[in-house]
Design a binder for this molecule. Structure first.
Ligand code: XLS
Ligand code: NI
Ligand code: NI
Length: 431
């Protein structure tokens, strides 16, 4: 262990009036909200890649962070793991998430890279046993290396498909070994740059077969976690096949996988797709696909996936409203797929970025619970659709019967207010 986090106290709940920067104001892990502790509702997870592997680069400049664990050998990989668990302790973070590439550097051959992954996940497994910190999900990085520049499962070269299969198998095996509660697939390169060189239909078939093999393998090894797909419309690919919740639903139906796979929905990706986060969550919940969330916002002006820590209680409240309404997380959780800004150089920044985010989520969760428990919002919604309770078997009728009724009964609909402003005022009363 180095002295990187030295002097930073463990973060504890001190309540909204605390003047201590290094304290939670809203996140009280043991406080019970709607019958469950906040810890069990929120299931916070730290992202290995942003917090420990990302060097602070942007498209115009390279590394800004100096971390004692940066380095391309296994000794540094282990040091990074030591520091990661120190941060989990400071934050009281119950979970973490990882890509293979975050945990250890690749080697010359697949077999050596695989052996290194085994070595580091064994090491991490020991630390998990010592601390009780758990793995929310694992995933394979199939977007950084040049071999996947034209896609992994959707590559025109079948050898890349093979390599991707071997990579995902290894990452699923080690996710299972670590007791990871979900396995995530995010296809940043599963898409295209130009249709001029792309057989879109063929690539989509490859993606469907790949996912079917992932699901088959899950059953073969008896993995009990959830397979999750993470939608994103673009970036790095110009167009990604897993565009948004609705697109993935169609894809899953097409390949008969709708009962097998759920979604990991990211706030910033929803915005990039032209939706609100709550839209994507509500749609996923209504389709039975809501699995887990990546809670990181984008800068609303830049139009990039800037992966900032959440900082807006009204937004998180509406998100957790959808989560709570759908019954809460089962294997899913709140993963901070978030990074501090590249000028935020210090250990304190890394800690306090998470502390603020945990508090914003906790405040949002509590507001959402108040909204649900009070019931006024749902009562208004129910009332708006009340006509359908008396409408009989309308949806199982047919057009000509319905047309006849309009004439016979003199049907003449009278518009009613949607009451948007009143509902917005109502929501603001809970925040
Ligand atoms: C990138 C994605 C990525 C996934 C995991 O935009 O959010 O971080 O969550 O591969
Ligand atoms: Ni993500
Ligand atoms: Ni993202």
């Amino acid at each position: 262990m180095t002295d990187f986090f030295q002097g930073i106290p463990q973060i504890r709940f001190e309540g909204p009036d605390s003047q201590n920067e290094f304290a939670f104001r809203h996140y009280n892990p043991d406080e019970v909200v709607m019958g469950k502790t906040m810890k069990d509702h929120l299931r916070f997870s730290v992202a290995w890649w942003h917090s420990f592997a990302w060097p602070g680069g942007d498209p115009f400049g390279g590394q800004t962070f100096e971390r004692p664990w940066f380095g391309d050998d296994m000794a540094h990989a282990k040091l990074k793991a030591d520091e990661a668990f120190e941060m989990f302790r400071i934050l009281q973070a119950p979970y973490f998430a990882w890509h293979d590439l975050d945990l250890r550097p690749e080697a010359e051959t697949f077999a050596e890279s695989r052996a290194r992954l085994t070595e580091i996940t064994d090491y991490i497994g020991e630390k998990m046993a010592q601390t009780g910190v758990k793995c929310l999900w694992g995933t394979a990085n199939m977007f950084t290396h040049r071999r996947v520049m034209a896609g992994a499962a959707t590559n025109p070269d079948p050898e890349v498909f093979l390599y991707a299969a071997a990579t995902v198998k290894a990452c699923m095996d080690d996710t299972m070994k670590l007791g990871g509660e979900n396995y995530v697939l995010w296809g940043g390169r599963e898409g295209y740059e130009t249709l001029l060189n792309t057989d879109l239909g063929k690539e989509r078939q490859q993606a469907g077969r790949f996912l079917s093999m992932v699901v088959d393998y899950k059953h073969k090894i008896g993995y009990k976690g959830t397979i999750l797909i993470e939608p994103k419309p673009q970036e790095p690919s110009k167009h990604q096949y897993d565009y948004d919740v609705g697109t993935i639903y169609g894809f899953l139906k097409d390949f008969g996988l709708e009962g097998e796979v759920k979604l990991n929905i990211e706030q910033g990706h929803a915005i990039l797709a032209g939706h609100s986060f709550e839209h994507e969550l509500a749609l996923a919940a209504s389709l039975g696909l809501l699995g887990s969330i990546d809670m990181n916002r984008n800068d609303y002006q830049s139009g990039w996936d800037t992966d900032q820590f959440p900082n807006n209680v009204p937004e998180t409240a509406l998100a957790y409203y959808e989560v709570l309404k759908s019954g809460g997380f089962t294997t899913g959780g709140t993963n901070f797929d978030s990074k501090v800004r590249r000028q935020s150089l210090d250990a304190e920044d890394l800690i306090l970025g998470h502390v603020g985010a945990m508090d914003v989520c906790a405040a949002g969760l509590k507001a959402a619970a108040r909204m649900l428990e009070d019931g006024k919002l749902e009562a208004a919604r129910t009332e708006r659709y009340a006509g359908w309770d008396k409408a009989g078997d309308l949806l199982n009728s047919d057009l000509s019967t319905l047309a006849d009724r309009v004439v016979a009964e003199g049907i003449d609909p009278h518009p009613r207010s949607g009451r948007q402003e009143r509902l917005e005022n109502l929501v603001n009363r809970y925040l």
